[in-house]
Design a protein. Sequence first.
Length: 101
Amino acid sequence: MKYFGFEIVSDVKMVDGSKNVDIQVNEGMRLSLFSRDFIKQYSPEVLDNEPSLLFTVTNFEELHQKLANQGIKVGDIVPNGPHRAFNFPDNEGRYYGISEG
């Protein structure tokens, strides 16, 4: 990961025994990786979404507003565990998740 300038900032064992790995992409953004089995059990509605990506950002509300101002159809801000989250589609209808971090 260091080759790409990324850093693994957490590697957590989940309740089902799988791992959640968080990668620091840049100062304001993290990428969270979950196993398909974990998603199948806890968020089956997004299992077959491609890509299925959740970004964790520090400028959460600012990003939500910026995307909306650009005419992107952003989802409502909703609770996501101890944080908040929203999603948005790309121009081909694939959804991405954004989590507060």
